[in-house]
Design a protein. Structure first.
Length: 191
């Protein structure tokens, strides 16, 4: 495996507790996946096979993370192994190597990383919002032309209002924006 000097620099900049963990994980990946390519993705060391992400690691202030792509997430930390603060926090090398081989083989076989999530159920149109849209022809036509996710954004925003005054305010604002052809989060689209 050809090493990437950016990963050397990443490990050198990591906190002293993290350096032996990162070096150990890097050596383990090199052993398990000798044909993988080292790279930096999302500012973290990763290994790819055939251009697809297989595994990555990261160092934080008080822990490290090890991510085998497509293998799910467990606990409150990035990756499957929780917050790794010492080498003792890692599972047995044989187990990690087996997981890395499984990930590589899954990618080589072209199997998807995970099953596609089922579609979210439709949110029924509230009567008051339906009447407000019907009273404004442009808003009604624009709303009907929105993608289901865009309609859902507005419906969730309106139906989650706790107070009637808030709901009425949101309906009025929504009708105004929809009449102008704006999606619910239009303010953030060009950031």
């Amino acid at each position: 495996m050809t090493t990437d000097p950016r990963i050397d620099a990443y490990i050198a900049k990591a906190a002293p507790f993290a350096q032996p963990i990162l070096k150990h994980l890097r050596a383990l990946v090199a052993q398990a996946l000798p044909n993988a390519e080292e790279t930096i993705k999302w500012s973290m060391p990763h290994w790819t096979s055939g251009g697809k992400n297989v595994v990555g690691m990261a160092a934080f202030k008080a822990h490290c993370a090890f991510v085998i792509h497509g293998d799910g997430r467990q606990g409150d930390a990035m990756g499957q192994y929780g917050k790794i603060s010492t080498l003792a926090d890692l599972p047995a090398e044989a187990d990690l190597i087996a997981k890395l081989h499984d990930a590589r083989d899954r990618l080589a076989a072209g199997q998807p990383k995970k099953a596609k999530a089922p579609p979210k159920p439709e949110i029924p149109m509230p009567d008051d919002f339906g009447r407000a849209l019907a009273g404004e022809g442009a808003a009604s036509a624009n709303f009907a032309g929105f993608a289901p996710s865009q309609r859902r954004d507005y419906l969730e925003w309106i139906t989650t209002a706790k107070a009637e005054a808030t709901r009425a305010k949101r309906i009025a604002q929504a009708v105004e924006w929809i009449a102008e052809g704006k999606k619910r989060n239009w303010k953030y689209e060009n950031c």
